[in-house]
Write a protein that binds this ligand. Sequence first.
Ligand SMILES: Cc1cc2nc3c(=O)[nH]c(=O)nc-3n(C[C@H](O)[C@H](O)[C@H](O)COP(=O)(O)OP(=O)(O)OC[C@H]3O[C@@H](n4cnc5c(N)ncnc54)[C@H](O)[C@@H]3O)c2cc1C
Length: 370
Amino acid sequence: MPEQALLRLAPPTASDSGRLPMEADGRAIWATLGEAGQLAGVYRDGDPAAGILTDHLDRLMTDLDARFGIASTLPVCIQIATTVPLLALGGEPAARALRDALAGTAVVALAATDEGSGADLAGLGTTVAIEDDVLTVTGGKRWIAGATYADHLLVLARHRESRHFTSFTWVLVPADAAGVTIEPADTTLFEGSGTGHIRLDGVRLPREHIVGRVGRGLTSFASHIAVERLAGALWAVALCARTLRQTKARLEERAHGDVNLWQLESIQQRFALALLRTHQLDAVVHRLAERVAGNRDTAAAALLKAAAATTVEAVLTDCAQLHGAEGFTTAGAQWTRAQAALWGIGGGTTEIVLGTVAGAADGLLAELPA
Ligand SMILES: Cc1cc2nc3c(=O)[nH]c(=O)nc-3n(C[C@H](O)[C@H](O)[C@H](O)COP(=O)(O)OP(=O)(O)OC[C@H]3O[C@@H](n4cnc5c(N)ncnc54)[C@H](O)[C@@H]3O)c2cc1C
């Protein structure tokens, strides 16, 4: 039985992180959740290889959203859904990093997005040369959450030239290895996320730093990013619901003649549409959650990602508009709206996931009434 199984307690919450201020960074949140034994509790039997528990993930994402900003929650979400389960694919350094990550004592950044190719993952230029005992990793990764405070970088690299999906392999790179340099991304929007750019200049490592099997990098990425898309969709419901509640409270406080803004018919219509969109997202997330968590269904995950991105954009844009000038205060509704544009870009742009939806159109159509 894995050691983490002993840690499975109640559904994890972020309540143990109550002593952290709202602006705590992703590393501090991760450490606190790990120390409280709550990270392992998100997985079946406390084992990331056994899959994620949807209701625990839902609760955790909702609690994190209530307590912390988008920037600090982002690297926690990526690690729980994608990075930690990928580490379970094996290799001795990966097993050690996994144990430390679950304890909250190590942060592992997921370094997939390449400096040259971005959304086109199969075009990535970072290479790993595999010799008998030694690996050499060379290239660059950009916009990697957690990179500036990570202990390890889980790097997706190509071990041969072809764009074929079997040309890619995961390598666990210690962030302090010779040849690694990391700089913060030039943005104030995501402070607390540790987002940064990574250079890998001929980084030499023992062969055991390969994670999983050589040539399985892209396949395992596709299967695990599906769970991140589920986590992002659950988080999106929480974010939209919380923002709608705040917006309604503000409208009710804001005087307009003899009434308040909430009582205006045109505002109620606009608000109701945003509320409808949030309920639609909630319904589709709960309809598809088990298919993604249990079967890593990539078409269902793409539907969720596209639904979350378009819903977040519509709802947060309307809520920000309804805040008037107050929306432009620091960390106000316009700021949140700008951060939340990430739902349409990070972990697969809306165009890319809609392409996956279109590719699975016949199967998805068959699920609907004829
Ligand atoms: C705050 C933040 C944190 C991030 N964290 C991580 C992380 O932890 N790990 C990681 O690996 N990556 C991370 N990313 C990177 C993210 O996954 C990429 O930004 C994303 O995959 C898109 O790549 P790109 O930015 O290079 O876009 P580009 O490839 O430059 O594309 C630009 C735009 O072109 C359009 N486009 C691209 N391809 C297509 C297409 N096939 N069809 C139609 N339109 C298209 C889209 O509108 C897209 O937004 C993060 C990004 C941000 C902003």
